[in-house]
Design a protein around this ligand. Sequence first.
Ligand code: ADP
Ligand code: MG
Length: 739
Amino acid sequence: MHQNEILKKYFGYDSFRQGQDELVSSILSGRDTLGVMPTGAGKSLCYQIPALMLEGITIVISPLISLMQDQVGALVQSGIRAAYINSSLTMNQLYTVIRNAEAGVYKLIYVAPERLTSEVFLSFAKKAKISMITVDEAHCISQWGQDFRPSYLNIPQFAAELPQRPIMTAFTATATDRVREDISRLLCLNDPFTLVTGFDRKNLYFEVRRPSDKSADLKRLIADYDKEGRTGIVYCSTRKNVEDVCQRLCDSGFSATRYHAGLSEEERRANQEDFIYDRKRIMVATNAFGMGIDKSNVTYVIHYNMPKDVESYYQEAGRAGRDGSPSDCVLLYSGRDVVTAEFLINKSYEDSEQEAEIAEETRRRDLKRLRDMTFYCTCGDCLRGYILKYFGEKAPHECNSCSVCCSDSEETDVTVEAQKILSCIYRAEQKYGVKTICDILRGSSSEKLLNARLDKLSTYGIMKDTSEKRIRRIEERLETMGYIRRTEGDYPVLKLDNSALSVLRGEKTVKARLPEETVRKKEQTVYSRDPKLMEILKAIRQKRASVMGVPAYFIFTDATLADMCEKRPVTNEQFLGVSGVGSAKLERYGNEFMNAIREYCEASPEQAPTVVKKAPNRLKTDADRKQAAEELKKGIAAFEPAQESMHITALVSGMIIAAEANISAANLRTAVYDWLISENFLQIVTDDEGESRKGITERSGEIGIYEEEVTAASGKKYTRVLYSTQAQRYIAENIAAHL
Ligand code: ADP
Ligand code: MG
C-alpha cells in the first residue's frame, strides 16, 4: 500500500499536511530524519505511517505516560496494533506486552526512556527486528530544550546494542538551532534529512486584551465559549491564581477543574482525566499542565497572566485547535504580569546554584525573553507576524486573523504626543521610570514630584488631559520602535536612543493603534452548520466513549463530527469519505452514526443534503449489475488483501475503494453473501436467542473463513465471522463473476 492509502485507510485523512509527505518518504527511503514542526502540526503521523509500512517493529521513545497512553489508545482505535511500556504497568502486564511483542503482535511499541536499557526490554529488543527508533519530543535530550530529561541520553547506547542499526528519527516543536544541533549530535543521527515546517498555525486566532478587570473579562469570554459548547484551557502564572480563578468560575456555574504542582498526584490525575474525558469543560492550570496532552477538541486557550517568554506562550496557546478547527488564543495582559515575571526571574537567579557568571547570563537571557514577550502584548503590530518573526520566519504585514489586524481602530498619527514624551524624558535627565514620566506630563502634585522639583520642568503638565493609559501605550510603542530603552534592574529607568532625535526634530512620524479595548470583529467560528445534528452525534460519541472508558476524541474528533454533519453519510463509502474516518472506525462506529444520520434526515427532510436524496445504487436492473461487475473486475487488482483478518464490512469497503466501483457496500455485501452461501462456504444459522446470522460451514476453512467469539463491552457474547488474507484474496478474485 502507498503512504497515501495508509493515511486514508487507518487515519481517514485525504491529504498530508505540510511537511508530512516529505518526512514519511525520507524515512521510507531509509534515511535518518529530523522533523521540526509546531505543536498540533501532525508529527505523529510522520512516524506512524512509516512504522506501518516498514517490516518489523518501531520503537517510539516518549517522555510522558499520559502521552503514550493517549497515542496508543488512539492507534488501537484506528485498528493499529500498538502497546506501551512504562512504569504504569504491573509486572504481569509488562510480561504480557513483552510476550506479545515477541510474537510479533505490535507494529509500534512506545517506551519511556528509563525503560529502554532495562534488562527485560533489552533482551527482547536484541532478538526482535527493530526497523526504526523514533524519538518524540526530542528537545528533551538537549539542556537547552525546555524539558531536559537526562535519560534521553541513553538512547544511542540502546541503539548501539541492537544487532542492526535501525533508522533513527526524531521529532520536536522546538525550533532553535542549538536544540536542533543537540538532537542530531546526541542521538548520533547519520546525515539526517531535516525538515523545518512553517510555524504558522492558520486556524488559530490571536488576541491580546488589556481588561481593567481581568476576572470579569474572563467570565464574559468564557460565557461566550460555553454557549457554543466549547472546551478550553485557562493558564495562570501561579498556583494561587489557579485556585482563585477556578473557584470563581465554578461559583459562576461553569464546569471547571484545576491543575498545578501543589495538588496531590491523585488529584492531578483525576482532574486531568475529567478534562480529557469531557466531564469538565474548562481546565484552569499553571504551565505544569499540558505537555503530552493531545486533546484535540480544545478550541480556546486563555492566558490569564502573561507567560515568561514567547516560546512558552506559543507552545501553550498551540494546544488549541489541534484537530484543525478554528480556535482562539487570548492573552489577558496587565503590567503587573511583567512585574511578577521579573520577580520570579530574579528570585530564581538568587536561588540559583550555578556559577555566578552563568547564573547572571541566564538571568539576562530570561529578562530579554520576557521583554520580547511583553512587546508581543504591547507593540500593536500584527500578533501572528510578531510570533513568526520571533521564530525567524518571514510574515506578511497583516494576517487578518489576530486582534490587531481585525481591530476597528486605525493607526493614528501620535507624533506630537510622542515628542512630548521624549522631550520629558530628556528634560528629566533620563533618570526616571515610566510612572514618574507620566506623572510629570500629567502635572501630578505628589510630594515625591514636588520634592524633586520636577514641577519646574517645561514639560510639567503638558499632557494634563491625556489618560495615563494612553501615555503608557504611546511610550510602549516608542520602546518597540527602539526610540526608548529601559534599563535593567529593580527600578528601570527610561533612556533615549540616539534615533529619538529624528522624532523630536519632526523628521520621523510615529503611528500607533490605540483602541480603548480591542474590538472583536472576526467572524464567529463555525463549528457545524447543523448544531442540532452535531449535538446528536456528540451524544452518541459520548455514550460510546463512556462505555469503552476512552476519551470521546479517541472515537472521532470534533472536526470529524463537523464534517459528518456536512456530508451526512448514509452509506459506507460516503462514511469513509468523512475526514478522520478510516476502515477500522467505519467498522466499529459506522452503523451507529449512519443510523442516527438517516433518522435525522428522515425526521427533517427539508434539511437533507443531496447525498441522501440521490437514489442509491440498488443494482435494480441487469444493466446496473453488469456495470458494477465490470468496474469491480477492472479495478479489483488494486485491492491488496490485508495481513490481518477482517470482517465483511471492512472487506467490502476495501474492495469498493480499491476498485473505485460505483456500488453501495450493502449491495456488494449481499452479493458476496449470496454467492458464498450458494457455494456452501457460509450458511444461515440461528443463535440461542432465535436471531439468525451468517455462520461457517464445513467448507469455510477451505478458503480461510473462520469464526471468533467476542465479548462486547456490555458483557454479551456473540460470534462473528472473520475473513483471513486467503479468504480476502479468494473473494476479491471471484466476486465480479458472481454479481
Ligand atoms: P503534534 O505531535 O505535531 O503536536 P499530532 O501528531 O498530535 O501533532 O497531531 C495533531 C492533530 O492533527 C491530531 O488530531 C491528528 O489526528 C491531526 N492530523 C494529523 N495529520 C493530519 C492530516 N494529514 N489531516 C488531518 N488531520 C491531521
Ligand atoms: Mg506530538
